[in-house]
Design a protein. Sequence first.
Length: 377
Amino acid sequence: MNSDCSKRCLLPRILGLLLTMVSCVVMAQETFFHDGLDRSYFLELPDNIEPGAPLVIVLHGYTSGPAVIYSYSGWSAISAAEGVAVCYPEGTLDYFGVPHWNANLGISDTDDLGFLVALAEHLQTTHNLSPDCTFVCGMSNGGFMSYSLACNAPSTFRAIGSVTGLMSASDFQTCNPETVVPVVHLHGTNDLTVSYTEGTNDPFYWGDTGMEETMDLWTGLMGTTLTYETPMPNEEVVDLTSVDFIRHYGAPGGQEFHHYRVNGGGHEWFGSWGSFDIQSTQVIWDFFSNQCSGGSTSTATINPVSEDFIYSTGRSLGAHTACHIEGYDALGRMTLATQPIAAGEIWDTPRLSGSFFIRATVAGQPSQIIRVGSVTD
């Protein structure tokens, strides 16, 4: 709800600017007229973007703005690497003069539902983007708004992602969409702004339902029948957090609810500040991109990870399973472009120069992340 940045955002903000400068992404600030207002947004379009490319709309938090979430979220790197159009719209002022998204909160009369639907359709038409691969995600109040769009505009937004944002009281009580979209949600158990167990403790406007109740609502709407839970690798011990991955699946329509519970995590865009055990933007994009390919919506092709894909001895990296790997430095910048590694293949450390983390992916499986920098036997 409150500002979704802190002093620790300064470095990611600089990195985001540098990524935009070098990654062949065109960034423009534009306006769109809706409901009597000129609404502002930033749009990133990679050079030579393919027809029918995906569109991701990224929503800032309460008190914040599009330039802030652009600076720390790292969506620029995804836009350049994956050929994705990324839009950062700007909210309006509520009755208290604070920038916000009106997720049926009762604190303004702004038609943000209509605006974001119309904006998505405008961008699809103007830039030949895919209506089947249009998604929305957000931080805090932006997450609340994403849930509101899932309730009210599932034909426009085919999946949603939320980081630290739950559901308004109105949305939680009335949400019953004809089509239920897949959801990925990251939330810290020590969030003092949007509590993991009680939301904002406001039963009338922002809501007092917690993460578990929100997950129960959506898995009930989806009709999921199976649950898989596993701890994620604790890659950054010093941040005093850990992450559990909870997957609800087996719905008749194939929808899934993926929850990343950040134990000890606060009101943070994980991976940019606070907990560094998980990269929020990469997790959300992996989930969204699987919806385009049909990956994580098909229970026939998704199975829990039964063993690690890769391993490190400190002097080499080996693969138990054929997979694709990519490397990142300690600041989350890509240092090794995505490439295949065969089962049984071993790479020595010079091939991983500059990489601190290696991410391994196999189609239809949760990704594996291991540390390779400063590792001993």
